[in-house]
Write a protein that binds this ligand. Structure first.
Ligand SMILES: Nc1ncnc2c1ncn2[C@@H]1O[C@H](COP(=O)(O)OP(=O)(O)OP(=O)(O)O)[C@@H](O)[C@H]1O
Ligand SMILES: [Mg+2]
Length: 799
């Protein structure tokens, strides 16, 4: 929630004070109020403020509140302004019960509301957080305090505030009137709090203070200060007015002086800057071509009046040329033993990947240059691609920079804009080089698979030039318009999958695959890397907090479901945050804080994936398939049903062509083998078959769902259910042969994640089984089949 226009905010004084508000009395407040999170405003009792409602959650809240009749809600400041859907612990505990006076919907789907603060409330608990936060609360009344002292403070504040109103252009007439008519000290303190220029936290503190005396005690010095600032600033204002006209006059005089000096053949006052630039060009080690261009540019600059827009452009260009690392580079320290140590120190496991990287470094060491294929680390999110790149840079002793290609659609982002454009800049490659101040950094081009292309040109084409060792020694950025030698840069790339990568680019890549992690690998990574790192980041010593393996295992299992460890890292960060708070507020004595598995609920909330193993199959016509996706393996359910019709086949779930053909093949096979399989097809022509693959982020193409389709259809036609604990993958031929498919390892890892017990795989994939980590092989039984006839006895239950 943001306030679009703070100028509107004012207090309606006596007329708007809660007692006088018609229709609402504090007794009519419900027990539970919906809670609106505020990001940049604190609502006080008696204050009327416009709010801009942007998030879907808050819009729903406002809709319900306005539709429901009493129009009441609790307005509470969020601890983090940017949280879109804040959680209970991200909210302050004291807020203000408020009433929606008016609501306006705008065409851009935002909603504006005018709300009026009524009473302070103390939040007790949040019984529900869905579809938005709702809380039980208690009204907070102002304390009853000694009235003589209060009156004195109030008078003092009154007179200060009146002075401020006189001096401040921002405060309106209305506030002046409100101030004169507010007699109740509590309301008056709130009126000042709203209208004085205070920070959010200060405002929140004032809201949380229910002693009026204390509120006024805090406000008085601020009023005093504001008064002084305003007096001073009005004095400055009048001085500035005279000095502006003076600057303008000076400018004209100077220009005239320059013209006269030129006429007289005297030296230019601008000469100082030009001289400095010339010296810089001489001192900077530049290759011949840039040196020549820079000198020419300087000549041009000399001819121009410094006030001309051209001057700025030209100056900017010269700065770019002079600040690039044309010859500057770091010295490589390729010590393979040390490199291995660094890779191991920062990453668990990944033996093959590390070996491959070390081989790569060995070649660089021997050839002293980088030619040949570009390494591309491919794998699901959060398996350490980016962080491996960082380690490689560290091992080489080179600077590291990351360029994210995700969503890049404009060639100019790589290659820059021509200087004729207003505000033109070099592309990301040149910018990065200037930033790292070295011409041989490790540059990681992240998310190669997410490069787009549109009418502004194809960034992939520019990348091709950047990555091609035969061309990149004369890479020419449009802005720079000078060749820059990129051949010393070590480019590494990453992608989730290679399919969307431009074929010509893919051709130049040497792919290193990073697989998903198993649960025990995740445990080791968490124990050895993530936990120590988070403890350090939170300033905790190892002996202060103990997170036992059992707890970590439960976090992995119940709170994350991912191929990598990114979510896991986030959950561990949340745990350490909680631990820090506990230790800071309670002190922990000598004993470490042990985070037991059973206490996870208190730290992280309810388990997110508990027992959510594969759905139990209760009907005929459903089968569980295994799919491969760029973010790791997945399981998917295929449903088949049949209805009166004309022997047709209906396919839904936005399936790709290959998958549709697989479905037809499956039907044809079953029909041709009906007798053998004991399927009764006498009235086939009176029915339509319908196959559906329910939604999900799974790409639904490729032939690997063949056996799953057969299983679903066979189950439907034989009226035998498919076993719930079985999942399968495999392509089929018309003759019923089961053929090899890809991604076995990721698929099997996913099956294990989802609690599947048996997998059915093509015999041709038997070789891939050994790639599956042993720990997972233990948990699952694999059946390798050559032919569909072997599938049905394994997949279907007895009648
Ligand atoms: N084997 C590992 N050992 C130690 N830490 C790891 C390992 N794998 C991943 N991490 C940690 O997990 C986090 C996420 O890794 P990283 O950002 O490198 O993922 P990524 O593969 O680049 O993901 P994305 O595809 O989303 O960019 C990092 O903090 C990283 O250090
Ligand atoms: Mg990454």
């Amino acid at each position: 929630m943001t306030s679009p226009d703070t100028e509107f905010i004012n207090i309606l004084g006596a007329a708007g004070s809660p007692e006088a508000t018609p229709h609402v009395s504090s007794r009519s407040l419900p027990e539970v109020l919906p809670i609106l999170g505020l990001s940049d405003i604190v609502i006080f009792p008696g204050m009327v403020a416009p709010l801009l409602v942007e998030t879907a959650q808050s819009t729903k809240l406002i809709d319900d509140v306005v539709g429901g009749g009493d129009r009441l809600l609790g307005a509470v400041l969020q601890r983090k302004a940017e949280a879109e859907n804040p959680l209970p612990h991200e909210m302050y505990e004291v807020g203000c019960a408020a009433r929606v006076l008016k609501m306006l919907k705008f065409p851009d789907n935002t909603v504006r509301v005018l709300i009026e603060g009524l009473w302070r409330i103390q939040i007790k608990e949040y019984p529900t957080t869905d579809p938005y936060l709702s809380a039980k609360f208690e009204l907070v009344k102002d304390l009853k305090e000694d009235s003589v002292e209060l009156t004195a403070m109030m008078r003092n504040a009154q007179s200060q505030f009146q002075e401020i109103i006189k001096l401040s252009p921002a405060l309106s007439e209305q506030i002046k009137i409100a101030a004169l008519n507010t007699e109740e000290p509590g309301h008056f303190a709130d009126l000042i709090a709203v209208n004085l220029n205070l920070g959010l936290e200060e405002r929140q503190k004032l809201l949380e203070t229910n002693s009026v005396k204390e509120r006024l005690t805090r406000l008085l010095p601020m009023l005093n200060r504001e008064h002084e600032v305003l007096t001073l600033s009005s004095k400055i204002q009048s001085e500035v007015a005279t000095s502006i006209s003076k600057t303008q006059r000076d400018f004209f005089l100077r220009e005239q002086m320059r013209a006269i000096q030129r006429e007289l053949g005297e030296s230019d006052p601008n000469a100082g800057e030009i001289r400095a630039l010339r010296e810089k060009i001489e001192q900077t080690p530049l290759p011949p071509e840039p040196k020549q261009v820079a000198t020419q540019e300087l000549e041009r600059l000399q001819q121009m009046p410094p006030a001309a827009a051209e001057y700025g452009v030209s100056r900017h260009y010269l700065d770019w040329i002079l600040s690039l690392p044309w010859t500057k580079e770091t010295e490589d320290k390729i010590d393979l033993v040390e490199a291995e140590r660094i890779l191991n120190e920062q990453h668990f496991g990944l033996t093959k990947v590390k070996d491959r990287l070390l081989e790569f470094l060995a070649v660089i060491k021997r050839r002293k240059q980088i030619k040949g294929p570009i390494l591309c680390l491919v794998g699901p999110p959060g398996v350490g691609k980016t962080s491996l790149g960082r380690s490689v840079a560290e091992a080489l002793g080179r600077k590291f920079a990351r360029i994210s290609l995700g969503g890049m659609r404009d060639e100019a982002e790589i290659r820059g804009h021509r200087r004729t454009y207003v505000g033109a800049l070099p592309g990301r490659i040149i910018q990065t080089l200037r930033r790292v101040e070295s011409r041989n950094p490790v540059i990681m081009l992240d998310e190669l698979d997410k490069v787009g292309a549109d009418f502004r040109g194809d960034p992939a084409a520019a990348l091709l030039e950047v990555l091609d060792p035969a061309q990149n020694n004369t890479f020419t950025d449009h802005y720079l318009d000078l060749p820059f030698d990129l051949s010393r840069v070590l480019f590494l790339t990453t992608a989730n999958w290679l399919e969307p990568v431009h074929p010509a680019l893919r051709d130049r890549l040497e792919v290193i695959e990073l697989p998903s992690y198993t649960e025990s690998e995740k445990l080791q990574i968490a124990k050895r890397y993530l936990v120590p790192r988070q403890l350090e980041e939170h300033g905790l010593a190892k002996k202060e907090v103990k997170i036992p393996d059992a707890t970590l295992r439960r976090v992995i299992h119940d709170y994350t479901r991912e191929a990598g460890v990114r979510q896991l890292e986030r959950e561990i960060a949340a745990l350490t945050r909680k631990a820090t708070r506990r230790i800071v507020s309670n002190g922990n004595g000598d004993k470490p804080l042990v985070m037991a598995p059973d206490s996870l609920k208190d730290y992280l909330g309810a388990a997110r994936f508990v027992n959510e193993t594969a759905e139990t199959i209760k009907e005929c016509g459903i089968a569980t398939g295994l799919a491969w996706t760029p973010v790791g393996g997945e399981i998917l359910f295929i449903e088949a049903t049949r209805m009166p019709g004309k022997g047709g086949l209906l396919l839904t779930g936005s399936l790709g062509d290959v998958m549709k053909e697989s479905a037809q093949t499956a039907v044809s096979y079953l029909r041709s083998q009906a007798k053998l399989l004991g399927i009764d097809l006498t009235d086939y022509a009176n029915y339509d078959l319908h196959i559906h693959v329910p939604a999900g982020a799974t790409p639904k193409d490729g032939p690997s769902a063949g056996v799953t389709l057969v299983a679903a259809l066979a189950s439907l036609l034989t009226r035998r259910r498919v076993r719930s604990d079985v999942a399968m993958t495999g392509e089929i031929s018309l003759r019923g042969r089961v053929m090899r498919v890809g991604g076995i390892k990721e698929k099997v890892l996913a099956a294990a994640r989802f609690g599947i017990k048996q997998v059915i795989l093509p015999e041709q994939n038997r070789g891939d089984w050994s790639e599956v980590p042993e720990e997972v092989r233990h948990k699952l039984t694999a059946h390798f089949i050559r032919h569909i006839s072997e599938l049905l006895p394994l997949a279907l239950r007895e009648k």
